[in-house]
Design a binder for this molecule. Structure first.
Ligand code: MN
Length: 196
């Protein structure tokens, strides 16, 4: 059961001007696709071959001999999750239970945004910033390289990719501008709420 590259949940022009079709061409068509291809090569003929992507990640996370499988598997999962965290005309504020949970855990929506933007901007080198559910509470975290909340028993609610390949074509070194555009214009709160 080969792992398959999912289609983007929107067309390549939908996130412009905040994320260009050119960035999505490379990021989805080249980077995400390469993780899928590499993972399939690494699991071919092994007992991982028939596991779900989630089980491949959880199993390989515990085994230092499976770093390559973990890195590629987690990157496949992280990217699929990231695409769903954005939509055309996104941004704004969450409502309902998600808004209540954010207020309860962070004090206010504004404080939450400040905290997650700070995590995204200060992640040193490649990685991800996340909103996760840890038991009954919500937390902001950042991970390096391919690392993912799944490997730590946490439920991901929202992520932003802060690898340079996510923003360099549109923003060059200006990661804070990409992070701001993500939260002001792209984030899909309906998807985030559906993960709660
Ligand atoms: Mn990426």
């Amino acid at each position: 059961m080969a792992i398959v590259l999912p289609d983007l949940p929107y067309s390549k022009d939908d996130l412009a001007p905040y994320i260009s079709a050119n960035t999505l061409d490379f990021h989805h068509g080249k980077h995400h696709n390469a993780y899928v291809t590499n993972l399939n090569k690494l699991i071919a003929g092994t007992d991982m071959e028939n596991l779900s992507l989630e089980d491949i990640i959880i199993k390989s996370a515990k085994d230092p001999a499976m770093t390559g499988i973990f890195n590629n598997g987690a990157q496949v999962w992280n990217h699929t999750f990231y695409w769903n965290c954005m939509k055309k005309n996104g941004g704004g504020k969450p409502s309902g239970k998600l808004a209540e949970a954010i207020d309860k855990n962070f004090g206010s929506f504004e404080k939450f945004i400040e905290e997650i933007k700070n995590a995204a901007v200060t992640q040193f080198g490649s990685g991800w910033a996340w909103l996760v559910k840890d038991g009954d509470s919500l937390k902001v975290m950042k991970t390096s390289n391919a690392d993912t909340p799944l490997a730590h028993g946490l439920k991901a609610l929202l992520t932003i990719d802060v690898w340079e390949h996510a923003y360099y074509l549109d923003y060059q070194n200006r990661r804070p501008d990409y992070v701001s555009a993500f939260f002001e214009n792209l984030v899909n709160w309906d998807f985030v709420a559906s993960n709660l």
